[in-house]
Unconditional design. Structure first.
Length: 305
């Protein structure tokens, strides 16, 4: 693909669909390595906020402390308006945690029902944040609408959300942490910090990324046992509906890449893409600086002889 490199300086992006948690776009006139780098950075290096420290104050549930701490840590938190202003805990000058590097959460739930068979779900909706800018993604409405109230629905992993200013009642899927029976309680304190998925998957801003560059299998990077039984891609360019795949072209190089990025809600999908481009640009800039330093050092070494 070295003869294609001049085109890498002028890539084009065409957004085909964008929603609150999903973005589809087509990347053209660039190399496979560049497109794959964007995909990998979206997954592993775009920073978000996630709970990384949990102190269990009281736990009489059926799950042990470590199990609950792990479930709480995997709850995605809204990070759009605050993550850029937060410092990594390893870079902060504080002794332990401070508002510049951490967000505090509390949870205090007890099943006070008199019925022995009643099951009370403890969900992400019970987590109380110290700031409305960083809350569980399923609780955004609760913090943004002053006319919001909620009641827990028995035997459901959902919360019935009621807007007093409207007649409609709907269900919002809060994330289940544990279920309580009569007399059981869960009380904890948690700290959310900034990080990226290369450190731990809880900081991953994406739920899944589809990546396609050869919809008709002209490059034969995939071998189909029975091509006629394989479903065609939505990006197929074959005019003949009876043709299972394109003719093999051994000289072709992938130049058009179809990406579909689905996010967890921690960041907007367009933010994830733009952040990944910033990180890739910074990586290339750092590489160029280091290469220049190495070249200068080599030149000084040679001149000494």
């Amino acid at each position: 693909a070295y003869n294609k490199m001049p085109f890498n300086n002028n890539p084009t992006v065409r957004v085909t669909e964008i929603t609150e948690d999903n973005i589809k776009f087509v990347l053209e006139n660039t190399d496979l390595s560049v497109a794959n780098a964007i995909r990998r950075i979206c997954i592993a290096e775009v920073p978000t906020l996630a709970i990384s420290w949990v102190q269990i104050l009281s736990n009489t549930t059926v799950l042990h402390d470590e199990f609950i701490a792990h479930r709480v840590g995997l709850i995605p938190l809204t990070s759009e308006d605050i993550v850029d202003r937060m410092a990594y805990t390893r870079d902060c000058s504080c002794q332990e945690f401070c508002p510049d590097c951490a967000i505090e959460f509390t949870l205090d739930v007890k099943c006070s029902s008199t019925e022995a068979t009643y099951t009370m779900p403890v969900t992400s909706g019970h987590l109380v944040s110290s700031t409305a800018k960083c809350v569980p993604v399923t609780s955004q409405t609760q913090y943004s609408d002053s006319n919001f109230s909620f009641t827990d629905g028995s035997h459901f992993n959902w919360l019935i959300c009621i807007f007093t200013s409207k007649v409609s009642v709907f269900m919002c899927a809060d994330i289940l942490i544990v279920k309580l029976r009569k007399g059981q309680e869960l009380k904890l304190k948690a700290i959310a910090t900034k990080g990226f998925s290369k450190e731990h998957a809880k900081w991953n801003p994406t739920a899944g990324i589809s990546f396609e560059y050869d919809p008709d299998n002209a490059l034969r990077h995939t071998t189909y046992p029975k091509p006629e039984e394989w479903p065609k891609s939505e990006f197929t360019q074959l005019e003949d509906s009876d043709q299972p795949q394109a003719d093999y072209d051994h000289k072709a190089d992938p130049e058009c890449f179809y990406l579909n990025i689905e996010c967890t809600g921690a960041l907007k999908p367009e933010t994830v893409v733009l952040k990944s481009l910033e990180i890739l640009k910074q990586k290339l800039s750092d590489l160029l600086v280091q290469l220049q330093h190495e070249t200068t050092a080599d030149a000084l070494t040679i001149s000494q002889y």
